[in-house]
Design a protein around this ligand. Structure first.
Ligand SMILES: [Zn+2]
Ligand SMILES: [Zn+2]
Length: 328
């Protein structure tokens, strides 16, 4: 891993120049750094917040665009808008790599930088929200997307398999959206205790989950396992939501007759789309889950110590570790 100097292109007419505040280190970066995902060379980092320091010539005329000095959360994924899924409005499933390039052509998500020019429409003002909350815009948008795809409605019973960072974001969002009860299932006693402290209605290890939590209207699977348990726990009319990444060989099985008679849905969920960002930014700005987000900050490092941040996430379980563009 190396830090390098790169020219930062001036913002185009519809773009803004954002000075990085913080960048969260996601599972994707952990897998790149650990060598589990061999996709090199690459410039990682896709969960950022920042401050707008310059705006392109046409930006003022764009309604809702940020002004100089405003804090924003930034959608760094690009969407081609011409492939089949994009044309159907399913831009999370864009068939092209979603990012940009460094000066030598290296693929870049754009996040672990000091400044970046991005389309004004990909930035979402967050008011006075803390910079680390704003840097959770992307995973919160993914969670909003997950609830939307699940068809989650207020009053439903929810179980979340996996009490890591994404599981806890699911818990925070279904609570503010009116879940009648939300439980967290995890093999780790520490994670169960922390989910309990953060307000879970129940927590259980996988073997006890069905008995402790009972049947569920929506079961979000945010861990790499637990698929059989999810199918076992889902109530008539309910959904099993496949949020996590899974082993390519893993399958999820539900008897066809049961799926038919009980209207069981298996829902795949991947990434996020612009409409999810609007809600994510509003949630961040409002502070309504600020306490939940504070609990999910494991550590923070200056940009010059990005290597240490990556070492930490590959060496022990963490919620979110952040790299900040500050002195240090
Ligand atoms: Zn991410
Ligand atoms: Zn596309």
């Amino acid at each position: 891993m190396e830090l390098r100097n790169e020219p930062c292109p001036a913002p185009g007419p519809d773009q803004v120049l954002v000075e990085l505040a913080a960048c969260g280190v996601c599972t994707f970066e952990r897998r790149l750094f650990a060598g589990d995902k061999r996709w090199y060379p690459v410039s990682p980092g896709h969960e950022i917040s920042g401050v707008v320091v310059e705006v392109g010539s046409a930006v003022d005329a764009l309604e809702g665009s940020p002004q100089i000095g405003e804090a924003v959360t930034v959608d760094l994924l690009t969407r081609c808008l011409t492939c089949g899924p994009c044309r159907r409005g399913r831009t999370a499933l864009c068939r092209y790599r979603q990012g940009r390039s460094l000066s030598d052509g290296t693929f870049s998500f754009g996040g672990l930088v000091e400044t970046i020019s991005v389309d004004a429409k990909s930035t979402y003002p967050v008011g006075n929200a803390p910079i680390l909350h704003a840097a959770m815009g992307e995973p919160i948008a993914c969670t909003v997307h997950s609830l939307r795809r699940a068809g989650f409605m207020a009053g439903e019973r929810v179980a979340i398999i996996g009490g890591g960072f994404m599981g806890r974001l699911h818990m925070a969002l279904v609570r503010i959206e009116g879940a009648s009860a939300v439980g967290v299932v995890d093999i780790s006693e520490e994670r169960r205790r922390e989910a309990d402290e953060a307000g879970a209605d129940w927590v259980a290890r996988p073997g006890a989950a069905r008995q402790v939590g009972g049947l569920q209207d929506v079961v979000f699977v945010t861990a790499m396992g637990g698929l059989d348990l999810a199918v076992e726990m889902v109530a008539p009319g309910g959904s099993v939501v496949l949020y996590s990444t899974f082993d390519p060989e893993a399958t999820v099985g539900v008897a066809a007759e049961r799926a038919h008679r009980d209207e069981i849905s298996i829902v795949g969920v991947y990434s996020q789309e612009p409409e999810d960002w609007k809600r994510a930014a509003a949630v961040i700005r409002s502070g309504v889950i600020a306490d939940d987000l504070n609990r999910l900050v494991t550590a923070r490092f200056p940009l010059t110590r990005a290597h240490d941040a990556l070492t930490l996430v590959t060496s022990q379980p963490t919620y979110r570790v952040f790299v900040e563009n500050g002195p240090g």
